[in-house]
Design a protein around this ligand. Sequence first.
Ligand code: SF4
Length: 737
Amino acid sequence: MLKSMVQSLWKNPGLRRFDGPLTELLQRQPVDGAGQIPVSLVPSEMIETVCGFCSTGCGLQVHRRGGQPVNITPARGYPVNLGMACPKGWEALAPLKAADRGVMPLLRTEKGGPRETLGWDEAVDVFVEKVRGLKERYGEESCAFIWTGQMPTEEIAMLGTVFKVGMGFVHGDSNTRQCMATTHVAYRESLGFDAPPFSYRDFEESDLLIFVGANPCIAHPILWQRVLMNRRNPWIVVIDPRRTETASAAQQHIAVNPRGDLGLLYGLAKAVIDAGGVCSEYVRDHTEGYEAFAEFLEDFTPERVAEACGVSAEVIRGLAERISRTERVSFWWTMGVNQGYEAVRTAQAIINLALMTGNMGRPGTGANSITGQCNAMGSRLFAMTGTLPAGRDFGSPADRGFTADWLGVDPARIPERKSLEYDRILEGVESGRIRGLWIIATNPAHSWIGRRALRELLGKLEFLVVQDLFADTETAELADLYLPAAGWGEKAGTFINSERRISYTAKVAEPPGGALPDFEIFRRIGLHWGGCPWLEAWTEPEAVFQALQEASKGKPCDHSGVQGYADLREQGGIQWPYPNGSHPGEGERRLFEDGRFFRENGRALFCFEAPAPNPEAVDAAYPLVLITGRGSSAEWHTGTRTSRSAVLRALSGMADRVEMHPEDARKRGLRSGQRVVVESRRGKMEGTLCEEVGVGRGRIFIPMHDGEVNRLTLAAFDPYSRQPSYKACAVEVRAAG
Ligand code: SF4
């Protein structure tokens, strides 16, 4: 009988793919006398979703019993992760179940006073009254928002339209400024649109993979698994100041000096020319500006750049030879490039290498930026920050007219200028131009560069609202009004991953207490404020998704051919572009196979500029360069969610470890395990010394997850993307106590 019950249960399509303990449970537990299945054996259901941490966008299966999520397994048939997940994915349910979730709004009526609980109607009243008061007193620039690339696109679009068009404010930016602003600007200028050209299959189809400032073993572990699935016997090169986990696993590690990458890439381009590696036909037919670039490179011979970048001319010429004679070369970059003071030009130097060698639009090629957060791309496309929806221009009357029609409002209500960037919003707080700030699902009091200054700044605000899962993050604790939000798994929507795949993220649990989905919070505020006619139709995430499909029509990110959420679930996500009339089964798709780019003339542009000096060079007082980065695959950003998992805490190791080369440690009389003080011109922190050859002489490394590390960092920014330069400030280390 038991066997037949298992067989009958197995006919349930949800159970067929169940990887959990049900079968084992059925075999162990008796069926009761009446032949009924005991409650403990109530069939589980499985809901497919995508992970809400990094931009890999892994498919996960959430197993539920009695309507409650009880387990997670990676989705075996999902085209991204093929049945794999990193520790964060396996533990994604932990923050949902945390006992200390925020469950009701909290209001602090006096600065420094206690917080009192209030109901949602009252909280929305307070929000609208305070913000309206600031607008009436100080104008349309008086309030701003800062949100995250962790929210579904539908919520991001809801926030942008409500705040900027409905409420009539100008400024709002995202923590994607900290990770992907550089890529956005670099692709837009070079290729005509913020369009990562690759699909993950390119990891498997490349003959030479060059990772610049990227450590996928730690930051994108499933993508590294895709690299390991490459059967072409590829040569893997890592350009990184540190011998990271990825560098250790690669065939070649090029230990460039911190921020020596731009000079190195120009030296490499010059050496490619010298090696005869330029694909003249591709350059002639599909690009613009090569002659000027080649002339510019005359000053960047490998011999001239060698000292500044810390890489010998011989190594540079050797890599150039390899690039020149390899059929399929792919270039990959992430935060080591993006978080620099000349990051856009560095990213474009990588794009230039791919263009000049014709490594675009073919299998296993590309200038490929790996995204950070799970929905940084949704944020880049639909937040109304740097562009109007789907990459339209604030400065274009036609684009503003389209947006006005799309929302059903007068064109005069569409802002004519883009938002101030994150750092300039904070400058606005400093100067008094911005009096109210609404921070959503991000924790800048921990993560923003130059943390001490930021905490002081937030204290200057007349009204600080923080909307998050927890009321005790470093930022939420400073809030005048705290709004409890639902997290990943407690709401539905879509994410867009690194390879442009739009995927459905499912609701698998109810939010605790009075916590609400951000979608619902934004909508309530918009309705209470008034003047948001589109909200009549934008009643649920899928309705917003349809509106975004409309907005995408005719743009490079056109996905008007998607037949609703059901289609996304059925196909395992769909990469844009997917215009009306597209058909399933077109598989993983890369861009630019026809050599036509998104610039008006269809040609990609070579962009370049001479390297600039580091804004803070080392000196006798601060002789070491501080590099920050991901510490382990078990940690995520400021730990708001991952710290709620005992498993991830156990896996993550010491967040405050200070990695230093043994010779540098010996010079200072330090040894592993000792408590040390790290000091920059801006502040100091304590940590535990960890002698590590791989960090290189003259450098130290501290994981970005440590709550104190941004006391040290220097608030320097790329001039084009305004992305903070987290990775190269000057410090000294001494024994603590
Ligand atoms: Fe996959 Fe990234 Fe989630 Fe890990 S964190 S399971 S790599 S999407």
